[in-house]
Design a protein around this ligand. Structure first.
Ligand code: GLY
Length: 350
C-alpha cells in the first residue's frame, strides 16, 4: 500500500486545486456534514476545480458514522453517476474522513478520495494512515478497510472555528504520539500552553506529530506489529467512549483517549516499571484540562466487557500497547481482570 503525504497548507486553495488536478477525475463529489457545510465548504468552493461538483451532506456527530449514513452516501454516488474514475473529497473531521474513506474505497470496489481535515483531532490522527470505517452494534470502527487517501490536506485556519474542548481533544492524540516517540518530543508537547492556544506553535507541533504517525504507518501499514503503538491509550479509551454513548452522555474522542492514556500509563507503571514521575505529569495534565469520567465500581464489569470486544484483541485476551519508558514501546501486552480493575481504581482516586 502506498502512502499519502499529509500536507499542512500554506495556501489552502492553490494546494487544493493542485491536489484535485493531479487526479484527473471524471466527476467530483464533496462529502460534508452539517457543520463543515456551513463553516468550511464556502471556502473550499472558491476552488475553480470544484465548479459543478456534487455536494453530499450527512448529519454531524460520531453517532452518525454508521451504516445508515454509509447507505445514503453510496446511494447518492450511485444515483449521480459516480464511477471508479470519480473523486470523493471528504471535508470534515475524523467522522467524515473515516466514513468518506470507507464509502469511497468500497464503492464499485474503490474510487479515489482526498481528505481535507477540518479538525485538529482529524488532522493529527484519522485523516492520515489509511484506516477507514464506521461504527457498528455500538462498537467503534467495527466495519472498515485499510485504504489510503490520495492526499491529505490540512488548513489550520479551519481550526479557528473549533472550541477549546475540540482543540483539547486533538491535542490528546499529539500527547500520545509524543509518548511513543522521544523524551524531547514529550517535553515539547507538555510545554504547549493549552490556556493560550498559539496557532503558529500548534502548526509546528502538529507537523511533527503527523510525521511521527506517518513514520510508524510506513513501517507497518496494516497494523501487524509496530502500528499497534498508535493504539496506546485506546483500549481503555474506546471502552470509555463506547460507554459514554451507551449511557447517552457522549464524550469527545480525545478526552476518552486522554483518560485511556492515564489508565494505560498506570498499567505500564505496574507491569513495566514506567517512571512514576512521568505518570504523575500526565495525571496532572489530565485532571487540569480534561476533568474526569464518572463511573462507579458497578460499571467495572460493563467497561471490561467492552474492552474484550476491542478489535485490537487477538484471541480472548485484551491487547494493550504499554511503555517501559517514554518511547520504549511494548506491543501485544495483556493484563488480568484484576489489573484492569486496579487501573479503574487509580483513575477514580483522582
Ligand atoms: N488511529 C491509530 C492508527 O491510525 O493506527
Amino acid at each position: 500500500m502506498s502512502h499519502s503525504i499529509t500536507k499542512i497548507c500554506e495556501d489552502f486553495l492553490s494546494e487544493l486545486n493542485q491536489a484535485i488536478g493531479e487526479q484527473s477525475a471524471d466527476s467530483i463529489f464533496v462529502l460534508t456534514d452539517e457543520n463543515t457545510r456551513k463553516f468550511c465548504l464556502p471556502l473550499a468552493l472558491k476552488s475553480p476545480k470544484l465548479e459543478g461538483c456534487h455536494i453530499i451532506c450527512i448529519p454531524s456527530g460520531d453517532e452518525n458514522k454508521n451504516i445508515n449514513s454509509a447507505v445514503e452516501i453510496w446511494k447518492y454516488l450511485s444515483e449521480n453517476g459516480a464511477t471508479r474514475k470519480s473523486l470523493l473529497i471528504s471535508l470534515g473531521g475524523g467522522m467524515i474522513t473515516d466514513i468518506g474513506g470507507f464509502t469511497a474505497s468500497t464503492f464499485k470496489r474503490g474510487m479515489r478520495y482526498i481528505n481535507v481535515s477540518t479538525t485538529l483531532l482529524g488532522a493529527v490522527d484519522a485523516a492520515t494512515g489509511g484506516k477507514t470505517g464506521i461504527n457498528f452494534l455500538g462498537l467503534k470502527n467495527e466495519i472498515g478497510v485499510f485504504a489510503p487517501a490520495e492526499t491529505v490536506l490540512i488548513n489550520i485556519d479551519f481550526f479557528k472555528t473549533l472550541d477549546d474542548a475540540n482543540l483539547r481533544s486533538g491535542y490528546a492524540e499529539m500527547v500520545k504520539h509524543a509518548l511513543i516517540d522521544t523524551r524531547e518530543e514529550w517535553e515539547r508537547v507538555l510545554k504547549y500552553d493549552l490556556e493560550k492556544l498559539d496557532f503558529i506553535e500548534l502548526k509546528e507541533l502538529l507537523a511533527r506529530s503527523i510525521r511521527i504517525k506517518e513514520r510508524v504507518v510506513e513501517q507497518d501499514p496494516f497494523e501487524a506489529n509496530i502500528r499497534k503503538a498508535l493504539n496506546l491509550g485506546h483500549t481503555f479509551g474506546h471502552a470509555f467512549e463506547s460507554w459514554s454513548y451507551k449511557i447517552e452522555n457522549p464524550v469527545l474522542h480525545g478526552y476518552a483517549v486522554m483518560w485511556g492514556l492515564l489508565c494505560e500509563l498506570y498499567l505500564s507503571f505496574v507491569k513495566l516499571n514506567f517512571p512514576k514521575d512521568e505518570l504523575l505529569r500526565l495525571k496532572y495534565l489530565t485532571k487540569e484540562f480534561y476533568g474526569t469520567f464518572e463511573f462507579s465500581c458497578q460499571e467495572y464489569d460493563a467497561l471490561f466487557e467492552l474492552m474484550t470486544h476491542d478489535k485490537k484483541n487477538d484471541s480472548k485476551e485484551i491487547n494493550f500497547t504499554l511503555l517501559a519508558n517514554v518511547g520504549d514501546i511494548h506491543i501485544n501486552q495483556t493484563a488480568t481482570k484484576e489489573e484492569i480493575f486496579e487501573c479503574f481504581d487509580f483513575f477514580r482516586e483522582g
